[in-house]
Design a protein around this ligand. Sequence first.
Ligand code: IPM
Ligand code: MN
Length: 359
Amino acid sequence: MAYLIAVLGGDGIGPEVTAQARRVLEVVAEVGGYDFTFEEGLVGGIAIDRTGTALPEETLALCQRADAILFGAVGGPKWDDPTATVRPEQGLLGLRKGLGLFANLRPVKLNPTLINASTIKPEVLAGTDLVVVRELTGGIYFGERGRRDNGQTAYDTMIYSTYEIERVLRVAFDLARQRRKKVTSVDKANVLECSRLWRETALRIAREYPDVAFENLLVDACAMHLIRRPASFDVIVTENMFGDILTDEASMLAGSMGMLPSASLAEGRRGLYEPIHGSAPDIAGQGIANPIGAILSAALLLRYSLGLEAEARAVEGAVDAVLAEGARTRDIAEPGAEVVDTATMGTLVADRVAQALTQ
Ligand code: IPM
Ligand code: MN
């Protein structure tokens, strides 16, 4: 089978970690006899520098042609002027909206060998294995915004339709059916009208899934329970901004932001795959970033866009094996322990993947 994979490294450590994820995919193609074509595109700050816009038309067109998109990260101090009208983040938000990537899956699974890398007590963390399904193309991120009163008053609007809520809830319930069959819907229904519509809709959809346990949780309470009883969650589904905030919090359960992948899915097979960490400009260009979040994102790409489940598992298994053998990038190393660089971690995983798939 022939597949076109768009590679958008973006800014900061984005290109470094994406290169390792691409390598792993190259190994999968080589060993499995698949025909993957990789095509690079500009996005984010680097696209602003070269073309004046964060999402050049060429890049959007490439992504529309592609079967899947491997994405790094965007942003950095160079483009951080709060008064700028062109911002790197517009690249990512434009892709999400432009490709209809409404469901963002962010799995948070504690690797047992990293239980001490987290700042949270091991007994609280044990057994953590959850997925946050974040709505990605609606809410306050895309509602009307602006200034009035001579710029002295600013407003952003949270807006949701029943249709938008329903489709992301269905993704969450379908996913729960393949897992431990529990959905927690997170809202702020005691204050926000959008959340009241969300909750009403969630209760209705839940009735279509009598085999799935269902609960509602207010977002502030969820933030607390996430670090108090993380292992009790299976699938958490929530609106765009709540999901943004809760997943940064949840990433700490896995020990490091550098570990976590994500999949942003549209109707159909196309998806965008990116680590949940940002561009980390402070460590960019040093070759010390953790590529595991990007590599695990490539595994999700294999699973969701290409339907290559065995290969996806081989990549995930390879990461586990390499970690079990003690390989650590700086962010997940215990004090004083030996560390490997970005490329070495990539090579270790890629070699393992080759081994696993040749057997
Ligand atoms: C994320 C990021 C983005 C978001 C930014 C870069 C626009 O924080 O993917 O979580 O807020 O969605
Ligand atoms: Mn975020």
